[in-house]
Ligand binder design. Sequence first.
Ligand code: SAH
Length: 428
Amino acid sequence: MRPLVGAKTQQLISRVFTPVSPVRWRAAQTRRSCGSSPNGEKPRPSMLRHLTSKIKATGPISVAEYMREVLTNPVTGYYVRNNMLGPDGDFITSPEISQIFGELLGVWILSEWMGGGRPKQLQLVELGPGKGSLASDVLRVFSQLRSVLGEASVSLHLVEVSPVLSRLQAQNLTGNYSQEAGAEDEPIYRRGETTTGLPVSWYRCLDDVPAGFSIFLAHEFFDALPIHKFQRTEKGWREVMVDIDPETPDRLRFVVTPSPTLASSTLVQADERRDHVEVCAEGGVIIQQLARRISEDGGAALIADYGHDGTKTDTFRGFKGHQLHDVLVSPGSADLTADVDFSYLRRMAAGGVVCLGPVTQRTFLKNMGIDTRLQVLLRNCADPSTRKQLISSYDMLTNPAKMGERFHFFSLLPAPLPVAGFSELSFS
Ligand code: SAH
């Protein structure tokens, strides 16, 4: 353990790191000031104290480290402690809005499994499954279309960092048929059987999921992964860090580093044209793992999230009680998120797989037959309030002004086999 630095070192740190000026980083200021900046709000002592001790000990921390600590610190992290999804939580997601969403994804999965040659084993792997609603809707489609799956053996694999949410997922998917692992360091920390009789396992990271033909789902997962932030300055690219505000010791502020950091030297593209960029290196690593698995074992990945194709600048924001929330206020009490840069994911996926999209959620769901599915459900439903709810959730998912154009779908699929003459002739 390092000793805490003294007041002199503190002053030095404050001097060498430049506070982010309103002119140089206007977007961040605007975004922060449009939050429901809860001035009277009490800070959460434990997370704030943890962060300020860390900064006092080692200096300002990167935005990526800040986000990782705030969201997934094993003791005080936002995801680790909370159930944040739904009308009473901080935000609501498409699978929570309508069962149709998960059902259409279930059909997509079956169609990719058929396209992959109907392998005998099908692993459904979900990253960040929230309450388990998406997996549950997908599995309902699997049992309704059991005859299509034939003899294939299906298993469910959930990658989830939050013990609170994993318990909720277990309850929703298995009823009481799941058990926690005896030892804390087991790669599978919980296992059970779904209500439809399929084996289900929980992991903390993707690395621990067994190899094999898999369909990977990641809905609103990549936006929760830590981002680095970089600012173009007269002296070149510099990294944005989080520091203690010297004027108010229990407040945090953004600063930019006086010289390049390892991250600013390696993560910003040489031909970058924007003045401010966010790079989710952790998301890049996960995409590379998915690409390798898909090219070696077959399968596909479907990633759905809000995002852009390498055009946006500052998108880092907080959500609390369905309102925007200042990312530096009361850390650990609100969700932190940043738009997914699909152009970065495509670059990191590289060869071995082909990338499709991003296409808007509206386009994807319409192509998957959401209008027909809605008509079928309406035809079988006489209750006026359920009908109203079906129509309004359809509107929420597809309306361009609501979730229809803010959310995008992106997919990784195995690259087609090389064709002799267009690549080198080889016999395998
Ligand atoms: N997919 C769900 C939940 C989205 S919220 C839905 O759309 O409703 C983000 C989810 O990712 C939560 O389940 C959260 O606990 C999980 N998560 C966040 N960071 C993670 C990480 N680094 N590793 C694994 N799971 C993570």
